[in-house]
Design a protein around this ligand. Structure first.
Ligand code: SAM
Length: 277
């Protein structure tokens, strides 16, 4: 018995919407996710949100070790059954945000595979990408809209796309119709692969300074950059305009139009001007 609906019914577990519990039951979709990860037999995978263990079992067949972190303890008896043949899987029942990843993984290279609810996507990306030992690549199954936000180009950039693209090269590798999930969600999903850079693709004095400027820029929705930067960086409006001009950016532009290279130029200009650089 591997069908999620049959398993959940058998163990009397009702899917929780609040935990984004839409389980993949299409074997082809599971294989597609594992294929997108291009796993090597000697690799370690950190899976976030294994659910009933359907994808976990596929991953376990392809790599040396899988660590699977699941928040919902009600799924324990199900995973005990589905993962019994896989001695190379360690399941940790905890919130991914509370797990001590350095203690779990040490400094070994690893790949993340995750099918998680939207509310936690940015927090998970921050946790993984800003840590001491980021993964080599991340394969995320998310709402199509979120995947599109992650790969956005100047004109449609958000804090999420700038953050993701500062650390990794994102690419949509598959799209899933809602019918491949149980229960069926309201929206379609996509699989996005993020290949993590060894070093950011733009030159900045530090990631902290880069994000201070980017967050200030996106702090005020639909405002011109000179206004949002003035408020976010606690400088006056004229100083913000001068800062933008010194980075070659029209002060009337809006945050969503800037490229990564322009955010980097702005960070360098700000670092050159400020005493906390
Ligand atoms: N991977 C399974 C699949 O593809 O069928 C399940 C995916 S389901 C969309 C999301 C899973 O993430 C659920 O099992 C849910 O309980 C789990 N989850 C939600 N929030 C979590 C968190 N903060 N930490 C760990 N797991 C979480």
């Amino acid at each position: 018995m591997t069908n999620p609906k049959a398993l959940l019914d058998h163990f009397g577990v009702l899917p929780k919407k609040s935990l984004g519990q839409n389980f993949l039951h299409d074997p082809q979709a599971l294989e597609k996710i594992a294929d997108a990860a291009e796993l090597m037999p000697d690799e370690t995978v950190l899976e976030i949100g294994p659910g009933t263990g359907a994808l976990t079992a596929v991953l376990a067949g392809r790599v040396r070790q899988v660590y699977a972190v699941e928040l919902d303890r009600r799924l324990e008896p199900i995973m005990r059954l589905t993962l019994a043949p896989h001695a190379n899987v360690t399941v940790i029942f905890d919130d991914i945000m509370s797990v001590n990843l350095p203690e779990l993984l040490g400094d070994q290279p690893y790949v993340v595979v995750a099918n998680v609810p939207y509310y936690i996507t940015s927090a998970i990306l921050r946790l993984l990408l800003e840590g001491k030992n980021p993964p080599k690549r991340i394969i995320l199954t998310v709402q199509l809209e979120v995947a599109e936000r992650l790969i956005a180009k100047p004109g449609d950039m958000t804090l999420l796309s700038v953050s993701a693209q500062f650390y990794a090269k994102p690419k949509i590798v598959a799209r899933f119709n809602k019918a491949v999930f149980y229960p069926r969600p309201d929206i379609d999903s996509a699989v996005i692969r993020l290949d993590v850079y060894d070093a950011p693709p733009v030159a900045v004095p530090s990631a902290d300074q880069f994000f201070r400027v980017v967050k200030a820029g996106f702090g005020q929705k639909r405002k011109q950059l000179k206004n949002s930067l003035a408020e976010g960086l606690h400088i006056d409006h004229d100083a913000a305009a001068v800062l933008l001009e010194s980075a070659g950016i029209d002060p009337k532009r809006r945050a969503e139009t800037l490229s990564l290279a322009e955010w980097a130029a702005l960070t360098r200009a700000h670092a050159g001007n400020s005493s906390d650089a």
